[in-house]
Design a protein around this ligand. Structure first.
Ligand SMILES: Nc1ncnc2c1ncn2[C@@H]1O[C@H](COP(=O)(O)OP(=O)(O)O)[C@@H](O)[C@H]1O
Ligand SMILES: [Mg+2]
Length: 238
């Protein structure tokens, strides 16, 4: 695998046991992602986007096939090795933000650094920087209940980027946001991608996200039906 390959998937099959039978959620998936791509998995609800994203994130495992993420063969890696890869090199953004309500913005964003045993002075520097990136410096001591949906999602982005991951997986990140906030968070992610070369994979069926993607991988019924390069994506206002 070349150094520029962030994800390499071959002949992936994913089946879930249902009753005494199996449901095939993904089949014959072959997919490669290069460094600094800004790519979306796009398809109707139930087409397998989240399942594929979870497998790439090492949160779920394939039934068959091989998957290499950031140089690690996930199939032969142990649970601890996969967890280590996630906490050191990956960031996750979800539709539902997943912030801890009793923690401030600072404390929520700090969590991945605590998991990575970063010392407190360096944590403070990195958290301050990440919060600045998403434009929330003035809310750093607020708690999620005091924030709007857009501000919660920007906090979640700061938490996803604070340890400077190589790959960010974002599952329907704008699903709970209005147009203005959706564009704002897409602008932040475009800027991260450009300035830090962070690789992004989105799962989405939101056209506001699709406008920014540079590559769209279309999923239908668990299969890749089209893989297209977008020539003139929205580059963001920044
Ligand atoms: N744990 C599971 N057990 C059984 N079926 C599942 C499970 N997770 C997902 N599925 C099924 O796999 C298909 C793909 O789901 P998902 O990846 O969540 O789709 P999407 O994110 O594109 O909406 C759906 O039909 C879903 O019901
Ligand atoms: Mg989904």
């Amino acid at each position: 695998m070349s150094n520029n390959k962030v994800v390499e998937i071959q002949k992936l099959l994913k089946q879930f046991p249902v009753g005494g039978d199996f449901f095939t959620a993904l089949s014959d998936i072959n997919f490669e992602l290069e460094k600094a791509e800004f790519t979306g998995l796009v398809g109707p609800s139930g087409s397998g986007k989240t399942t594929l994203l979870n497998i790439i994130g090492g949160l779920d495992s394939p039934t068959k096939g091989t998957i290499n993420v950031l140089g690690m063969e996930l199939g032969s890696a142990s649970h601890n090795e996969r967890a280590f890869l996630r906490k050191t090199k990956m960031g996750f953004i979800f539709q539902s933000y997943n912030l801890l309500p009793v923690y401030t913005v600072f404390e929520n964003v700090e969590l991945p650094l605590i998991l990575n045993k970063v010392e407190s002075k360096e944590r403070k520097r990195l958290v301050t920087q990440a919060v600045e990136w998403v434009g929330l410096s003035d809310k750093i001591d607020s708690r999620p209940a005091q924030l709007s949906g857009g501000e919660c999602q920007r906090t979640a982005i700061a938490r996803a980027i604070v340890h400077e991951p190589a790959l960010i997986l974002a599952d329907e990140p704008t699903a709970n946001l209005d147009a203005k906030n959706s564009h704002q968070i897409m602008n932040i992610m475009v800027r991260l991608n450009k300035e830090l070369n962070t690789s992004f994979i989105f799962a989405t069926h939101d056209e506001k996200i699709m406008a920014y993607l540079r590559r769209i991988v279309h999923l239908e019924d668990g299969q890749i039906v089209k893989d297209e390069i977008i020539e003139n994506p929205e580059m963001g206002a920044i």
